[in-house]
Design a binder for this molecule. Structure first.
Ligand code: ACO
Length: 322
């Protein structure tokens, strides 16, 4: 049996940091409110002109180096993003060019905050089917570009960044299972209502910004992530105690704590970066993974549960033996 095994991870955050105190000068909010309601203290923001691909490149290079592979061994690039550099080519193709790799398939996946989990599911199927032996999977966002910085409901939540990993075919696990879901019925609770096909002039005139009914999204996220945890454990006949690490999407510390409670998990077994990064959408799960592998918390052989919930709604999980 063929499994997809993580052989290298990488992450990159733009240099510019925006603190809660700086946000106090921009919108009617307070450091105290943001920390208490979200757990966020600061976030990184791309400089003017710095693109999603600019963030993806160093994360990908780090992952390739950590995997100890020749970049020309990469036979598939899948990049999760909501904030592509251009309408086309895909950011995955732009990244391929910047990495000076040629010929392998490269495409973007768009599932907002669940994007990286979706990308893992897609790549795992390629590897299991024998269509890829060495894949580069990236989650990268410049979410700050689709934030209305006058809107306190959203501007305090998001940040920019990129995470990447190399997945290679192996006889040893590896990804154990992936679980992907969506329900478009909830599109209006969390969306950017403008887009190319609706009339690009509207985007140019009024901007295209995230709109969110935060409270309703919050309740759905907690409920849905609870269900995905059950689904993942049941599918693999595992007990809650079999999970060594929870690597959740980093939207809000209260959502993360609720999922940890559902797993009877101490917060010591949960990788938390939301305080430092904010919500980096598709980049948040790989950035959290990179952080905890690099600082030595996550060790080979441990069982990791990644989960995410985002616009669509989309949600999903990846169970991995690292
Ligand atoms: N600063 C200060 N006060 C604020 C702010 C702010 N930035 N925002 C709202 N408030 C006020 C409200 O006006 C309200 O005041 P009131 O009680 O006087 O009416 C009070 O704070 C509480 O507002 P709620 O909206 O009920 O606050 P809540 O506890 O729900 O927190 C939050 C809001 C942080 C947005 C939360 O709902 C949340 O995290 N939602 C989920 C986000 C998420 O997970 N998104 C999915 C992934 S993102 C993606 O896919 C793109």
């Amino acid at each position: 049996m063929t499994f997809s095994r993580i052989t290298g991870v990488g992450g990159y955050l733009p240099e510019k940091v925006l603190t809660n105190h700086e946000l106090e000068a921009m919108v009617d909010t307070s450091d105290q409110w943001i920390r208490a309601r979200t757990g966020i203290a600061k976030r990184h923001i791309a400089l003017e002109g710095e693109t999603t691909c600019d963030l993806a490149l160093p994360a990908a290079q780090q992952a390739i180096e950590a995997a100890g592979i020749d970049k020309h061994d990469i036979d598939l690039i899948v990049l999760a993003t909501t904030t592509a550099d251009q309408i086309f080519p895909s950011t995955a193709c732009l990244l391929q060019q910047r990495l000076d790799i040629h010929g392998c398939p490269a495409f973007d996946v768009q599932a907002v905050c669940t994007g990286f989990v979706y990308a893992m599911g897609v790549v795992d199927n390629f590897i299991r089917a024998g269509s890829s032996k060495c894949a580069l999977v990236v989650g990268a966002e410049t979410f700050s570009r689709i934030i209305d910085w006058n809107d306190r409901d959203t501007s305090v939540l998001f940040g920019d960044g990129a995470g990447a990993l190399v997945l290679q075919a192996s006889d040893e696990p590896g990804i154990i299972s992936t679980h992907l879901h969506a329900d478009g019925a909830y599109a209006n609770l969390l969306h950017v209502p403008q887009g190319v096909s609706k009339g690009y002039d509207l985007v140019q005139e009024g901007g295209a910004y995230v709109e969110m009914k935060g409270n309703e999204v919050f309740k759905m996220a907690v409920r849905t992530l609870g269900r995905i945890v059950d689904e993942t454990l049941e599918a693999n006949q595992l007990e809650k105690s079999d999970i060594d690490w929870l690597i959740p999407h980093q939207a809000n510390i209260r959502i993360i704590q609720a999922t940890a409670r559902k797993l009877n998990m101490s917060m010591d077994q949960v990788v938390v970066t939301v305080d430092e990064h904010g919500n980096t959408s598709a980049a948040s799960v790989p950035l959290a993974l990179d952080t905890a592998i690099r600082d030595g918390r996550i060790k080979r052989g441990e069982i990791l549960l990644m989960e995410a919930f985002g616009g669509g709604f989309t949600w999903g999980s990846v169970l991995i033996k690292y």
